[in-house]
Design a protein around this ligand. Structure first.
Ligand code: HSO
Ligand code: ZN
Length: 432
């Protein structure tokens, strides 16, 4: 069960240094899977699906057909379809605000500089199977791609034991603008997206969360394709003061603890009585949860209630932890926000529990984990665009700058570079 400790407790280091436990052994297995899919294509993909997912598919059955999507619509409750569509609209509207325009900056001497913004041509989205099918992640990956203008949005996800895909996943994909769906999961699906098989055309970038095998596969194919980030188990860190409701804090800690046995849920508070109450509440609420076995393990390993000297120390520790989700359950959350430097998403006040962000509000729920919020950002429209720099010089502008450029080139020992300037300015070109 969750422990209470003081801010200086050495056990905290283990939680601070959480990420990708068991990495080395899995990396070798993943490398082998990628190599085999590169060499054998669909045949390997189907063989791994038979092995890992216990589903026998022929290459012709990998791609989801329109009838399967129609069937899924028949299985999803009207109310849930409505929830999916409303969430989609919130997510789309938030992400539309992220769209960047191309720009051109002309100068007096005729020079035009600029930046062209273009969507990726083809994006691959990984959607995990596992103990809970998170169809909300389909929305969170596909919608930014659609808003960015990506024409081909390809989804891969492992089939269930019956060879079918989860109907909510299929409906969410259809509603979020996914254009192709394949029944494939694990490192083998990542390899297929990166290198292509007879059935799956390679993509430009792979996004989406996954287990350690999927994450390592993304790391290993990076360079061949782009990736969004290396997402690990979910985390929540709550900073709370005496105004926080212990039952809310406990519920929010549990909401992330139930994701994974490796998930991390941390409370930082200077208020000892709150710490005690939250511990009792966590114990009470855990008993009522269907996933209490998972919760109990994640609360024991990577979770803690930490008593800090004051709120300032809590903020300092939160910044070091760089959590995926940070909840500020304090009297003046916006004041504290000014001091936050590292967090995937920040939830302010008592009525912004983390699941509001998981499903609904609009910001993306694919967020940096394991302390990587120090340098990664949430998944966004930016993930699915790229930029080209624009440079247009006139003869006049080149005459002004040519001497400097040629000089720098010669000093680097690159005479051909200098010649590309001189040939234009010394009147030796064919057209002069
Ligand atoms: N909290 C997870 C996302 C999720 N939660 C999906 C529920 N469904 C990512 O950190
Ligand atoms: Zn969640």
């Amino acid at each position: 069960m969750i422990r209470i400790m003081q801010a200086g407790d050495p056990a905290l280091e283990n939680i601070m240094n959480r990420h990708m436990a068991g990495k080395e052994a899995a990396a070798a297995i993943v490398a082998e899977i990628i190599k085999t899919v590169r060499e054998q294509g669909d045949r390997a993909l189907c063989a791994y699906t038979a092995d890992f997912d216990q589903v026998k598919l022929t290459p012709g059955q990998l791609k989801v057909i329109p009838e399967e999507i129609e069937e899924a619509y028949g299985l999803v409750e009207k109310t849930t379809l409505e929830s999916i569509c409303l969430a989609r609209d919130n997510i789309a509207s938030f992400h539309r605000k992220q769209l960047e325009k191309s720009w051109f900056a002309p100068s007096d001497n005729g020079v035009i500089l600029g930046q062209l913004v273009r969507p990726l041509a083809r994006a691959g989205i990984y959607v995990p199977g596992g103990t809970a099918v998170l169809f909300s992640s389909v929305l969170m990956n596909a919608i930014p791609a659609m808003v960015a203008g990506v024409k081909e949005i390809v989804m891969v996800t492992p089939p269930g034991k019956d060879g079918k895909l989860n109907p909510y996943t299929l409906v969410a994909a259809a509603e979020a603008g996914v254009t192709e769906i394949y029944k494939a999961g694990g490192a083998q699906a990542i390899a297929a997206l990166a290198y292509g098989t007879e059935t799956i055309k390679p993509v430009d970038k792979i996004t989406g969360p996954g287990n350690i095998y999927v994450t390592l596969a993304k790391q290993q194919v990076y360079g061949q394709v782009g990736i969004d980030m290396l997402a690990g188990p979910s985390e929540v860190l709550v900073v709370a003061d005496e105004t926080a409701d212990a039952s809310y804090v406990a519920a929010d800690l549990l909401s992330q603890a139930e994701h994974d046995v490796l998930a991390s849920a941390v409370l930082l508070t200077p208020v000892e009585s709150l710490a005690e109450k939250v511990r009792e509440e966590v114990a009470r609420q855990t008993e009522l949860l269907p996933r209490r076995d998972i919760v109990t393990r994640s609360l024991t390993d990577y979770s803690a209630i930490v008593i800090t000297r004051d709120l300032a120390q809590a903020v300092q520790m939160a910044n070091r932890f760089a959590p995926e989700h940070l909840e500020l359950m304090v009297k003046e959350p916006f004041n504290l926000l000014c001091q936050i430097t590292n967090a995937g998403a920040v939830f302010l006040g008592s009525y912004s529990p983390e699941p509001v962000g998981d499903y609904w509000a609009g910001p993306n729920h694919v967020l940096p984990t394991g302390g990587t919020a120090r340098f990664y950002s949430p998944l966004s429209v930016d993930t699915f665009i790229k930029k080209s720099s624009i440079i247009s010089y006139t003869r006049e502008a080149l005459e002004q700058a040519g001497g400097h450029i040629a000089d720098m080139a010669v000093k680097e020992g690159l005479d051909a570079h200098a010649n590309a300037i001189r040939i234009r300015l010394e009147g030796k070109g064919e057209n002069q």
